[in-house]
Write a protein that binds this ligand. Structure first.
Ligand code: NAD
Ligand code: WQD
Length: 351
């Protein structure tokens, strides 16, 4: 791995992955439009690396720009080549991810998530860059499957965001089928990534009211929101709230390096993998754990079920384990402790 392009590299999962690669002394090129992140993320990454004497500014190139802009992408690839460090693999995080917003604004979601991806694949092809990891989502399984979700289950998304993720998966599969020797493709279906780097220097920082539960809990803890509304306590689950497969973002970052190494070791590949812990926790268990490890109270109230939710979602992780010989190691306690450390730090920085 000489130089990996990380699209969406200043976002939540992207920033932790950039850090993971830089800690291993790998070269990265980041593209981000900063639509849902900021340049401060780069400062956070730098600080963490400086603490362990690992910061080398030559290993990181940042370009602000939009993946829908073909000329911009072309320039990034060309500049890397001219510097003698051509891009030889891509991790594609850039995109829009809010389910509710996707239903209200389908055109922008199809444009960014699908047109943006097509642009990127075009420029990769032009540059004979054949290795890509794509950020897909458990949301592509929809709700009509056997739990835990297995990668061979049928794909039945039921919201615009999910349709765009499934569409990009289809495009990648068509690319592979057209000429299998030309591509090394990894489609990673993440479950519920939460938490932050333990330093508290990078983490999730949504620029709008969070739809996801974890940033919402953190904002209640910090006083930015009054209380958490738990969407339903009448689900067919042991405590009546929904069960999800939470995975620490630091573990999730790590799997990108391992999956990329797996792809680079082969002439050709087309891999689809679930990435979760394979162990579900209920909303109430998440809230109780957050309260216990951080010694604070999360005001909450039960409200109506949210449209589109399912009772239980978790991953069958056997394929990931068998192929990559890797398992996430961080616990729900780690996720809650590290996530709060970041949020707490963020509030004090803002103050
Ligand atoms: P994020 O919003 O924090 O990061 C995405 C980054 O992409 C942001 O920095 C944003 O500024 C950038 N971006 C958006 N549109 C862009 C464009 N047109 N051109 C260039 N950059 C653009 O999200 P995240 O949580 O880090 O998610 C990363 C990827 O993983 C996304 O593709 C998301 O759909 C997928 N995913 C996320 C989750 C999750 O729960 N966080 C779960 C499954 C899959
Ligand atoms: C988790 C649980 C809610 C907020 C979504 C996407 C998925 C992936 C991860 C991108 C559910 C409950 C939530 C709140 C609540 N993202 N909840 N009060 O829905 O499992 O998955 O994010 O790819 O694709 O669909 O995650 O964090 O929104 O919800 O009670 O204020 O928390 O009902 O049971 P979800 P979530």
């Amino acid at each position: 791995m000489k130089n990996i392009l990380i699209t969406g590299g200043t976002g939540f999962i992207g920033s932790h992955t950039c850090l993971n690669f830089l800690e291993e002394d790998l070269n990265i090129t980041i593209i981000d439009s900063l639509k849902n992140s900021s340049r401060n993320v780069l400062k956070g990454i730098k600080k963490i690396l400086e603490l362990s004497n690992k910061y080398d500014e030559n290993k990181i190139n940042f370009y602000e720009g939009d993946i829908r802009n073909t000329d911009f992408l072309r320039k990034v690839f060309l500049q890397a080549k001219n510097k003698g460090n051509p891009i030889d693999g891509v991790i594609h995080f850039a995109g829009l991810k809010a389910v509710g917003e996707s239903v209200l604004n389908p055109i922008i979601y199809w444009d960014v998530n699908v047109n943006g991806s097509i642009n990127l694949f075009k420029i990769m092809e032009e540059n004979n860059c054949k290795t890509i990891l794509f950020s897909s989502s458990a949301t592509v399984y929809g709700n009509s499957q056997k739990i835990p979700f297995n990668e061979s289950a049928s794909i039945k998304p039921f919201n615009t965001y999910g349709f765009t993720k499934a569409a990009v998966e289809n495009i990648l599969n068509n690319m592979f089928d057209s000429d299998s020797l030309k591509w090394r493709i990894g489609i990673l279906r993440y479950f519920n990534p939460i938490g932050s780097h333990p330093s508290g220097l990078i983490g999730e920082n949504p620029n709008h009211k969070p739809e996801n539960i974890f940033p919402y809990i953190c904002q209640v803890a910090s006083g930015l929101r009054e209380k958490l509304y738990i969407f339903g306590n009448d689900w067919p689950t042991p405590d009546g709230t929904c069960y999800r497969d939470y995975i620490h973002v630091v573990d999730l970052a790590e799997v990108h390096k391992i999956a990329l190494k797996y792809l680079f070791a082969r002439d050709s590949a087309n891999l689809t993998l679930n990435v979760g812990k394979g162990k579900p926790y209920s909303v109430l268990e998440l809230v109780n754990t957050f309260e216990r490890v951080n010694s604070l109270k999360i005001e909450h109230e039960f409200s109506f079920r949210r449209d589109g939710d399912i009772a239980t979602s978790y991953a069958d992780t056997s394929k990931m384990y068998n192929l990559l010989k890797w398992k996430p190691s961080k616990s729900l306690e780690d996720m809650c402790k590290d996530g709060w450390n970041w949020q707490n730090n963020l509030v004090s920085i803002k103050d």
